[in-house]
Design a protein around this ligand. Sequence first.
Ligand SMILES: Nc1ncnc2c1ncn2[C@@H]1O[C@H](COP(=O)(O)OP(=O)(O)OP(=O)(O)O)[C@@H](O)[C@H]1O
Length: 303
Amino acid sequence: MNQETRGAVLIFNPGAGGRRGVTPEALVGALAESGFRAEYRPTACEEDLDRVLEGVTGPVFVAGGDGTLRGVALRLLGRPGAQLAPLPMGTSNNVAATLDLTDRTLDLAHAYRDASTRPLDVGRVTAPWGDDVFLEACGCGAFAELLCAYRPDEPKSPLRAVGALVSTLTSFEPLPLALAVDGEAHPGEPATVLEVMNIRATGNGLRLATNADPGDGLLDVVRVDALNLAEWVASLAALARDEFETLPTVQTLNARQVEISYTGQVFHVDGEVRPAMPGVTGQVRIEVQPGALTLLLPRESVQ
Ligand SMILES: Nc1ncnc2c1ncn2[C@@H]1O[C@H](COP(=O)(O)OP(=O)(O)OP(=O)(O)O)[C@@H](O)[C@H]1O
């Protein structure tokens, strides 16, 4: 691809957790050396993206974490020619980690000198609370409850995270869920976690779907049985070893379409919470939209 005179837009989240002294000016300079005339369009909050991305097509470099990438991705959906170019600068960077974008932000901007495109699937959700789109994952159970207890809209706090973990683990009851995958019913015991994943990790780098590929046109359904204390400990140890899917308490299925019974339980969509709606019943329907977005990535990271 000849990138010598390509115009582009740079989105830079000054509040992203992994910024470490990187500036938008330094990124514009590095991208210029990589062959992109990147115009930096400042944003003070996610809502500003509506204004700065109006009518934008072509490459959009996103310096930020998963929240910033989600904000840009949702606005580029359905725009022909738009390309999402991640420059991971967040705390967890789950999407970037799945794409093997592990270089430092500025080094990565230089690596775009030799860039190439690849498709990125998204998950589409139709639920009693409304319609949603996810890049990472959507699910219910202990992780969604934990995120809800943590209150992700408030400033990050390790102390609040510990409090949320303790309150969730001591009060959580496994959910008796009806699950259908590509139209086939999967009866099972109550579940501790049910996650529909597009990438390998969600939350604070929880690698629940070790082998997920965000461009294969499939979602990974990860279901965890009710756990006793020893199994909780084994699960955490397996997560740390990146072997979560090998646990006997975990089932993983590939799916194009998933239906989960809804009895008002808390869900999460990427890093956002969809709070409990007591008394409401129905279905949560989740479908993959293959290649809904186009990624622009350094060629060395495109398999
Ligand atoms: N374009 C933007 N400009 C300014 N602020 C933004 C923008 N997009 C999102 N934000 C705000 O910044 C917060 C943090 O962003 P982000 O999630 O990208 O960083 P992080 O939390 O450090 O990374 P990660 O989600 O990978 O752990 C978001 O929750 C949102 O409130």
